[in-house]
Design a protein around this ligand. Structure first.
Ligand SMILES: [Zn+2]
Ligand SMILES: [Zn+2]
Length: 138
């Protein structure tokens, strides 16, 4: 009984995140969405499932340096661990950068600065083409 309950939470998380592949969400946002229909799931269960899914490579976890909470995004293919992502500050859209662009950048940083960058933890932020020219306040 306990096992099927756990599996259900996992299914809800995957269902939600896979339906919004271009965005990343905090555990609280995922919780708020899921508990709209299923009030008996608690936040700790969400966190546990997110950790498991991250360990399995199903979700990409992003911990911003200026944020005290992490966000999660569904990974369509394992390449997500090897390339950079661009996130639009206005619409929240996440774009997967190509392997070539990522590798060129990694190579440059390593050769010139001797840094080893982890692509899975690196988000480039800015304004996407769709949102360019649209006025907004941060
Ligand atoms: Zn990706
Ligand atoms: Zn945008």
């Amino acid at each position: 009984m306990k096992k099927s309950y756990k599996t259900k939470t996992r299914d809800y998380i995957l269902e939600f995140l896979s339906a919004h592949k271009n965005k990343r969400f905090s555990a609280k946002e995922i919780y708020d969405f899921i508990t709209c229909d299923n009030k008996n799931i608690n936040l700790a269960t969400i966190y546990r499932n997110l950790q498991t899914l991250q360990d399995e490579g199903v979700l990409l976890k992003h911990q911003a340096a200026d944020n005290d909470y992490a966000t999660y995004q569904y990974i369509e293919n394992s390449n997500c661990l090897a390339h950079f992502h661009f996130e639009c500050k206005k619409c929240g859209k996440v774009v997967h950068l190509g392997a070539k662009e990522t590798n060129d950048f990694l190579k440059m940083i390593k050769t010139k600065m001797f840094f080893t960058v982890e692509p899975q933890n690196t988000y480039i932020t800015g304004i996407c083409n769709d949102c360019k020219g649209v006025f907004f306040e941060i």
